[in-house]
Design a protein around this ligand. Sequence first.
Ligand code: AMP
Ligand code: ZN
Length: 142
Amino acid sequence: MNNQDCIFCKIVAGDIPCFKIYETGNILSFLDIGPVNKGHALVIPKNHYKNIWDFPAELGAEVLTAAQVVGDAIVKATGADGMNILMNNNAAAGQLVFHAHFHLIPRFKNDGFKLWKQSEYDNMDEASALAQKIEKMIRSVN
Ligand code: AMP
Ligand code: ZN
């Protein structure tokens, strides 16, 4: 499964280069070309799935294993103190490459990056109603 216009499909096909660090039958990992911190890598399925919802759950264990193996190696190779593992899904969430991928970002105690500012619910009723709405949505689609 390959998308002709997709930069990550071209990397998988070997049509454009990457700094490859890990590969299995279904998974590829390589350095992000614009690292948040040096050592920032991507873990991608070789097949073209556009986001988390398009992604087959059967690949989940292979991706998690890749994230653990590659993540551990990045931490050791860079001397990082921690790591953020995240995925952007759809443009509103910052997705720029529409081939599903997980970011492995090594973090250092004083790297100065802050996670998002958190907000709050107006009251507990609002939180409870939203939790129930989401729960109902899960039941209706599964
Ligand atoms: P996202 O915003 O989650 O879609 O992230 C896309 C990521 O892909 C960005 O962090 C880019 O720096 C990275 N990227 C784009 N093109 C390449 C490439 N040819 N090789 C490695 N990383 C890339
Ligand atoms: Zn692709």
